[in-house]
Design a protein around this ligand. Structure first.
Ligand code: 5GP
Ligand code: ZN
Length: 114
């Protein structure tokens, strides 16, 4: 998709603060972080949204989900993290290229027992 901003980030045409890259996936810091740690994981392949993913994409989706944990730790999430996939207009998705938000970092105002 030539006019897709996240395809351009995946291809390096638009600069980003990458935290991970391999042949199928890129992860980079969100431009407008909503938490002390906030990065996005995207497939290099253009998939418009989770609602557009095909059964053959499921291994890739599983890989992306597995990466959340590893990258969250590397980025400093020591006590958990949130994973969000906004999907479609009613799901609040603004960039039409599938992406996983990973949000975390210290929330001193929240005190959990675990
Ligand atoms: P959505 O609302 O589609 O789930 O989230 C899109 C996210 O992409 C937003 O959190 C927004 O800050 C982020 N974003 C949009 N454009 C860019 C960009 O050019 N670079 C980076 N790093 N993040 C972006
Ligand atoms: Zn794209």
């Amino acid at each position: 998709m030539s006019d897709c901003i996240f395809c351009k980030i995946a291809e390096g045409e638009i600069p980003s603060n990458k935290v991970y890259e391999d042949d199928e996936v890129v992860a980079f810091k969100d431009l407008h972080p909503q938490a002390p740690v906030h990065f996005l994981i995207i497939p290099k392949k253009h998939i418009t949204s989770l609602d557009h993913a095909q059964p053959e994409d499921e291994p890739l989706l599983g890989k992306m989900l597995g990466l959340t944990r590893r990258l969250a730790r590397e980025q400093g999430c020591e006590n958990g993290f949130r994973v969000v996939i906004n999907t479609g207009r009613d799901g609040g998705q603004e960039v039409p290229h599938l992406h996983i938000h990973v949000l975390g970092g210290p929330r001193p105002w929240k005190r959990n027992e675990f």
